[in-house]
Design a protein. Sequence first.
Length: 462
Amino acid sequence: MTTETLQPSTWRALLRGANGRIALVLSGGVAAYAVTTYITGAVLPALASQLDGDRLYAWVNTAFLAASVIGSASASPVIGRLGLRASYLLAFGLFAAGSAVITASWTMEIVVAGRAVQGIGGGLLTALAYVAISALLPESLWGRATGLVTAMWAIGGIAGPALGGMFGGPGLWRAPFVVLAACGLALAVAARFSVAPAENGSPDDSRAHGSVAIPSLVMVLLAVSGLSVAALFDGPTRLAWSAGGVLLLVLFLVVDSRARSSMLPKATYARGSRLRWVYLLVAVLAGSVMIEAFIPLFGQRLGLSPFGAGYLGAVPSIGWTVAQFASVSVTATRTRALLRVLGPVVTLAGFVTIAATGGLGGPWMLWWLPALAAIGGGVGLAFPHLAVAAMAMGRGDADSAQTSAGISVVQLLSNTVFTAFCGLLLTTHIGGLTDAQGMAGGLAILVAIGVVVGLGGLRRAR
């Protein structure tokens, strides 16, 4: 863990000099991941139409998210072997290579493969960002650096649909991936000159050990696959696949807690651990925002243009960012504790509003704007304080790296599981409710359960 230096907790201290160059690399990596998420959603209809790939439509995102989990889970052992700088070069290289593969694709299968390569690099980049914050920046700047990193999702929410709208027509969808490949290479150059190389005996060289948690990864991927496949069936078969996916998630926790090399820090599974409850809250809040991937679909069904629907889907991320920039300036312990409770309540209120008004089109869709902003805004209020609390729980260099990377692992794992769950909700038709209402209602129940359990666990673990 970085030794605290006497630097003020200000944006100026974070964004100038050596800190500023480091901030550029770590925020740029997350921005690349975020932008490709929104761009792909915007151009996917044209891409699938040109390549006759409707049957693999969902797998374009599923492959990306599953590969992101693999990349994120690999961060700790990769850093232990290569150091932070070489790890960043590898991650940016994979991201650029995956983007190039998509650009040159002539079948949907190749697009899926490119998205998988892109996802491994992107997942590694998101994990490296949190490790870099705790390893390279003074603790006084961790909160603002976390806010900067997650602000990149708003950048993606704005730039992604804009680029997708410009290049979403037939024959034009390859252009954004050319831009992404170029950005990946440019950021690799920035990392080369901004992040110090690992040296023998240096903190980078000893920060993480072990190998990739293969058994845990297999269990996760099987669980997500089970939930995804369940959406293809009806009746008892759907229930069987859904139950199998949930069971595999439980088995993942059992296997990971006993494995020599685990995806999550061993402290997560220790008796009386507060870290497990912090991770649970991070998972529930971050995963809940995955409804934004389906908002453009709902918006178009209710009469919005593709361009307008795309930006409607970015509202949760924008709300997350605005709320987080306000939240990171809070330093009082009691206020931070209040925000950890208030944030989930605001998010839950947003879901309840969508569930109540999700079937109303025309002017009534104005209710969607504050509701979607609340979903993301609640996450932004609580997330930075949860992330900083997790990073502070690392006891040494190796623990700090794995605990920090664990934030990204939990976030991406949650995103993947919640996306599969949303896909299941999308194909579960409840009489009298629109798909938007059904999805918002299902997520509201899941968020409420997770928040009650997580906050209760933190209270008991004091």
